[in-house]
Design a protein around this ligand. Structure first.
Ligand SMILES: [Fe+2]
Length: 317
C-alpha cells in the first residue's frame, strides 16, 4: 500500500509542474508569424479593449490582403512599387484633386460601397459615385439661374421636382449640381481658364417641390490621366473616359440624401464608364427643342435642349 501510495503521490507531483509551462510555451509558439497562420497571428494581436467594428473591418481586410499576397505572390520590387504607388497617390491628393477617390472609383470599389449601402426598393432615385470634383461652399442660386458661366456648349434647360416615395412634393430640398464644360474639364481642373464655380451651384426646390436652371449639354471627359490612376489605366489598356453626365446631391430634412448623376442618352461611353457609375435608371432624355416662343418665355436661346428629371427621396432611417 505504502508503495502504491508513494507511486500515486509521485505521479501527482510530477504532473503538476509539467502542465503549466508546456501549455504556455505551446500557446506562445502558436503565435509566431508563419505563412500558414499569418491571418490569425495578425488578427489575434488585438486586445480586449478593441473597438468591435474597427476590429471586424481590419480583420476582414487582413484576411483578404493576405489571401491576395499568397495567391498573386508579388516580388519584393512589385511590393515596393505598390507602396510607392500609394505614396504618390497620397501626394497627388489635395483640396482640388482626390487621386484616392479616383483609385477607388476605377477599381469599382466606390460603386460597390455605394450600391450596397443605397439599395432602393420603392422607386427612389438611384445613387452613383460622388467622383473627385465636388466642391463645398459653392454659390446658392435662385431657380432659373444660369450656371454656365463660360457660355460654351449647347444650352440646356434642366427642370424637375423633388418628391417623396408617394409622389408628394418636398419643398426646401437643396440640389447641389456640378458638371464638366464643353471642353471636358471641371472648373477646378482649369483654374484661371474657366470662371470660378463654372457649371456648379446649389438650388432649392420651391413650394411645389420644383427646381429649374440653365446649364450646358454635358460632354464626356477623361478622368485625370497624368497621375498614378492614369499609369494604372495605361498599363491595363483601359479607357479613361466617363460618359457625359450632370452631378446632383439632393438633400432635404427628414430624408436620405442622394448622390447621383443623370447621363445623356447618346454618349458613346455609356457602357464603358471608367468608374462603372452608369445605372440604366439614370439615363435621362435631353430633348431637342426648337420653339422661339418657349425659348423666349424661359430666357433661353433657340434652339436648346430640355431635360425633365424628378428626384425621389427615401425617408431618413
Ligand atoms: Fe463627373
Amino acid at each position: 500500500m505504502a508503495k502504491a501510495a508513494n507511486k500515486s503521490t509521485a505521479k501527482k507531483s510530477a504532473k503538476k509542474p509539467a502542465k503549466k509551462p508546456v501549455k504556455k510555451v505551446a500557446s506562445r509558439a502558436k503565435y509566431y508569424f508563419t505563412v500558414k497562420d499569418s491571418v490569425k497571428v495578425v488578427q489575434d494581436r488585438s486586445g480586449p479593449k478593441a473597438d468591435k467594428r474597427v476590429k471586424y473591418l481590419v480583420d476582414t481586410l487582413v484576411k483578404h490582403l493576405h489571401a491576395f499576397i499568397k495567391e498573386a505572390r508579388p516580388t519584393m520590387d512589385e511590393w515596393m512599387y505598390g507602396i510607392n504607388f500609394l505614396t504618390r497617390t497620397g501626394h497627388l491628393s489635395n483640396d482640388w484633386r482626390q487621386e484616392f477617390i479616383l483609385l477607388s472609383d476605377t477599381l469599382g470599389v466606390s460603386m460597390l460601397v455605394e450600391t450596397l449601402n443605397n439599395h432602393k426598393m420603392s422607386g427612389e432615385t438611384e445613387s452613383t459615385v460622388l467622383g473627385p470634383f465636388h466642391v463645398a461652399n459653392v454659390p446658392h442660386y435662385p431657380n432659373g439661374a444660369n450656371i454656365c458661366l463660360d457660355g460654351k456648349g449647347e444650352p440646356v434647360w434642366v427642370k424637375g421636382r423633388v418628391l417623396n416615395a408617394k409622389g408628394k412634393p418636398i419643398p426646401g430640398a437643396t440640389l447641389d449640381v456640378w458638371q464638366a464644360n464643353e471642353d471636358g474639364f471641371y472648373d477646378v481642373q482649369q483654374k484661371g481658364v474657366q470662371p470660378e464655380n463654372n457649371l456648379r451651384g446649389i438650388f432649392t426646390s420651391d413650394e411645389q417641390g420644383r427646381y429649374f436652371f440653365r446649364s450646358a449639354y454635358p460632354r464626356f471627359y477623361p478622368i485625370p490621366y497624368d497621375g498614378t490612376v492614369g499609369d494604372m489605366l495605361k498599363a491595363l489598356d483601359r479607357n479613361p473616359n466617363r460618359p457625359a453626365h450632370l452631378h446632383f446631391i439632393v438633400s432635404a430634412p427628414g430624408y436620405e440624401s442622394v448622390v447621383t448623376h443623370i447621363f445623356t442618352p447618346d454618349c458613346p461611353w455609356l457602357k464603358d464608364d471608367a468608374v462603372f457609375g452608369v445605372k440604366e435608371s439614370l439615363i435621362a432624355d435631353f430633348k431637342k427643342v426648337d420653339d422661339e416662343k418657349r425659348a423666349a418665355s424661359l430666357g433661353m436661346p433657340n434652339p436648346f435642349r430640355e431635360v425633365e428629371w424628378d428626384v425621389i427621396l427615401s425617408k431618413a432611417k
